[in-house]
Design a protein around this ligand. Structure first.
Ligand code: GDP
Ligand code: IMO
Ligand code: MG
Length: 423
C-alpha cells in the first residue's frame, strides 16, 4: 500500500520513531506532518541510539527521502544541529526536503512558552518549552513567519519588526521581561537561511508526484491522539493535530490517498506533563514500569507518568484515526508482573463509561474499571514469532485486539530493529 500513516494512539512516546524506522526500510518518502522539536523519536540501530526531534525517522536509509511538510513548526537552530549530529555520526541527511510553507519557531516563541507556563502556575500544561504553542498561535493569528520568508531579507525583517513590536509589549508589560532585538534575531536567522535554502521545496507537490508514480510514502506523526488540539484532553494537549487527519492537512494531500493508518500504542501507557490520566499508577507498579521501560523523556529527560493500558482511550484512538492496524510496543517491559491489568471502562460521577468522555469534568473524575489477567515470567526480547510468545502474553495481545476492534499487526519486544513479532 503506497500511503501509510504512523500515528501515536496514546499521549505520545509510544515508539513511533522505531515503528517509522522499521517501515521506512520499504518506503521512498517519510513525511513529518505536524509538531516540532517537542517530539523525541528514538531509533536504535545495532549499538547506536539516535534521538530525532525534527528530521523524519526515515533518514537512516539511503534510499528514503525525508520530508518536513508544511504542518511542522521548525526551529532552524535545532534542525541544523540535528543535521550536524547526523552527519557527525555517519548518517547522510542531504536528501532532506523542507516545505517553504512551514512556520518558524522564533526566539520570542521559546521565551513566551516559558513565561506563559510560569504565569499559569499550578494550571500549567507542562509543555516542552520549545516554543511550539506560541509558534502555532502566530500561525493561526496570521502573524507567523515561514521558511520562505527567510529568502527575502527585506520581507523577513519587515515581518519580524511588525510582530516583534507587539511581542515586546507583551514580554515587557505582561511578563516583566526584557524586550528582544529585531536586528539581532534577523542576523541570526538570515545565516540559517543560507544553510536551509538548498533543502527547501514545494513538498506537497513532491508527495503528489511520488504517489502518482506509485511510490511508497510514510507519514510520521509526532505526539499522540490524546495530545491532539481538537481530539485530545484539552487544554492539556499540544497545539497541532497529531491524529491521522492531520497527515492530510499537514502534508498537503487529500484524505483519500491515505491507505493505511497504523496506530502505535505501548502495552501500558504513559504521559508527560499535566492533565487527566485515569489509569495512572502512583505506586511501586508504576515506578517499576518507569524503570524497566526507561520512561524518561527523549527531549526533556522528564520522568514520564505511567499506568496500565487504557482500552477506553485506545478504542477512542481507533475511531478518531480510523486505524487499520495496531502496533503494540514494549510488551517485553511487562515480563515479570504477576498480574496485568487493562482498563475496559470508567466510572465517573456515578455513571459508567465505555466510551472516552469528552467532558473534562467527567474525565477528571474517572476511575478505571480493570480486567485483570495473569502475567508471564519469560523474557520476550528474543521472541520473533507470535506462536513463541508465552500463552499469557498472547492472550493479552488478543484481548487488546478484541477490545480495540482493530487487528494487531506487530508487537515489539525490545527497542532494536529486529525485536519485532510480525503476525
Ligand atoms: P516516540 O516519541 O513515539 O518515537 O517514542 P520515544 O522514542 O520517545 O519513546 C519510546 C522509547 O521506548 C524509546 O526509548 C525506544 O527506544 C523504546 N522502545 C521502543 N520500542 C520498544 C520495545 O518494544 N521495548 C522496549 N523495551 N523499548 C522500546
Ligand atoms: P513524541 O513525538 C510526549 C506534551 C508535553 C505537554 C504537552 C504540550 O515524542 O511522542 P508542547 O511543548 O507540545 O506545547 O507541550 O504535550 N508533549 C509530548 N508528550 N511525547 C511527545 O512527543 C510530546 N510532545 C509534546 O509534555 O504535556
Ligand atoms: Mg517521544
Amino acid at each position: 500500500m503506497p500511503a501509510t500513516v504512523v500515528v501515536g494512539a496514546q499521549w505520545g512516546d509510544e515508539g513511533k520513531g522505531r515503528v517509522t524506522d522499521l517501515f521506512a526500510r520499504d518506503a521512498d518518502y517519510v513525511v513529518r506532518y505536524q509538531g516540532g522539536n517537542n517530539a523525541g523519536h528514538t531509533i536504535v540501530v545495532g549499538s547506536e541510539r539516535f534521538a530525532l526531534s525534527l528530521v523524519p525517522s526515515g533518514v537512516m536509509y539511503t534510499g528514503t527521502v525525508p520530508v518536513i511538510a508544511s504542518g511542522v513548526v521548525i526551529d532552524p537552530q535545532v534542525l541544523l544541529e540535528e543535521i550536524g549530529m547526523l552527519e557527525e555520526r555517519g548518517v547522510d541527511p542531504s536528501r532532506l526536503r523542507i516545505s517553504a510553507n512551514a512556520h518558524l519557531i522564533m526566539p520570542y516563541h521559546r521565551k513566551l512558552d516559558t513565561v506563559i507556563e510560569r504565569y499559569l502556575g499550578r494550571n500549567r500544561i507542562g509543555t516542552t518549552k520549545r516554543g511550539i504553542g506560541p509558534a502555532y498561535t502566530d500561525k493561526y493569528a496570521r502573524t507567523g513567519i515561514r521558511v520562505q520568508d527567510l529568502f527575502d531579507p527585506a520581507i523577513f525583517v519587515d515581518k519580524l519588526e511588525a510582530v516583534l513590536a507587539e511581542k515586546n509589549k507583551i514580554l515587557t508589560r505582561v511578563y516583566n521581561q526584557l524586550p528582544m532585538d529585531a536586528g539581532r534575531i534577523a542576523e541570526e536567522y538570515l545565516v540559517y537561511a543560507e544553510r536551509l535554502l538548498p533543502m527547501v521545496e514545494e513538498t506537497s507537490r513532491l508527495i503528489w508526484d511520488a504517489l502518482a508514480e506509485g511510490r511508497t510514502v510514510l507519514f510520521e506523526g509526532a505526539q499522540g491522539t490524546l495530545l491532539d488540539i481538537d481530539h485530545g484532553t484539552y487544554p492539556f494537549v499540544t497545539s497541532s493535530n497529531p491524529s491521522a487527519g492531520g497527515a492530510a492537512i499537514g502534508a498537503g494531500v487529500g484524505p483519500k490517498v491515505l491507505d493505511r493508518v497504523v496506530g502505535v500504542a505501548k502495552a501500558y501507557i504513559s504521559r508527560v506533563g499535566s492533565g487527566p490520566f485515569p489509569t495512572e499508577l502512583s505506586d511501586e507498579t508504576g515506578d517499576r514500569m518507569i524503570e524497566i521501560g526507561g520512561e524518561y523523556g527523549t527531549v526533556t529527560g522528564r520522568r514520564r507518568r505511567c499506568g496500565w493500558l487504557d482500552l477506553v482511550a485506545l478504542r477512542y484512538a481507533c475511531r478518531v484515526n480510523s486505524l487499520t492496524e495496531l502496533f503494540i510496543t514494549k510488551l517485553d517491559v511487562l515480563s515479570g508482573f504477576d498480574k496485568i491489568k487493562a482498563a475496559t471502562s470508567y466510572t465517573s460521577l456515578g455513571e459508567t463509561y465505555t466510551e472516552f468522555p469528552r467532558q473534562q469534568r467527567v474525565l477528571y473524575n474517572c476511575a478505571p474499571i480493570y480486567s485483570e489477567m495473569t502475567g508471564w515470567e519469560e523474557d520476550l526480547s528474543e521472541t520473533r514469532r507470535f506462536g513463541d510468545l508465552p500463552p499469557a502474553a498472547r492472550r493479552y495481545i488478543e484481548f487488546i485486539e478484541d477490545q480495540a476492534g482493530v487487528p494487531v499487526g506487530w508487537v515489539s519486544v525490545g527497542p532494536e530493529r529486529e525485536q519485532v513479532v510480525t503476525r
